[in-house]
Ligand binder design. Structure first.
Ligand code: SME
Length: 163
């Protein structure tokens, strides 16, 4: 497909519905993981103007695994996160999406940027194991809801196939 996104929908759910097939088209013939994660982060940023959107990938030897910063769009960010730490590490440890309306109220939240106010982190599950997480941050409070959760969880099922 051409490297242009076509986005006309005005509601968030409809915009996700427009965007997801375009991400599939953009990535389905490309075998490189980094390229596909990078374009996925860029497409999400372009479609919604998120403050920060990107991937952390589980890396390291079996007993020393960490989340390591992967392709992202936005300001520079922390590079390594341990299991159970912060919102990302919690999504990894629990293998469940974390929807955080106010990051100040999330115990142990890791503030990569003081401008980040709300956050959603969605795990990428491969055969029941978390292999990465998608982290999306907003500079507005309470900016994510179940529309984001449903669409991003659907997208991460697709992303899992790249690992
Ligand atoms: N806030 C995240 C850390 C990653 S940055 O927001 C990009 C957390 O608490 O895990």
């Amino acid at each position: 497909m051409s490297e242009t996104l076509f986005l006309t929908a005005t509601t968030k759910a409809a915009r996700y519905a427009e965007l997801l097939p375009q991400i599939v088209a953009l990535t389905e013939t490309e075998p490189d993981l980094t390229a596909n994660l990078a374009n996925t982060a860029a497409a999400l940023r372009q479609a919604f103007g998120f403050f920060w959107v990107g991937f952390y990938v589980v890396k390291g030897a079996e007993n020393a695994q960490e989340l390591v910063l992967g392709p992202f769009q936005g300001p520079i960010a922390c590079t390594r996160i341990r299991r159970g730490r912060g919102v990302c590490g919690t999504a990894w440890a629990e293998a469940q999406t974390q929807l955080v309306p106010d990051v100040e109220l999330f115990p142990g939240h890791i503030a990569c940027s003081a401008a980040s106010k709300s956050e959603i982190v969605v795990p990428v599950l491969k055969n029941g194991t978390v292999v990465a997480v998608l982290d999306v941050d907003s500079d507005q409070l309470n900016d994510f809801d179940t529309d984001d959760q449903i669409a991003l969880e659907t997208l991460m099922q697709r992303v899992a196939a790249w690992f």
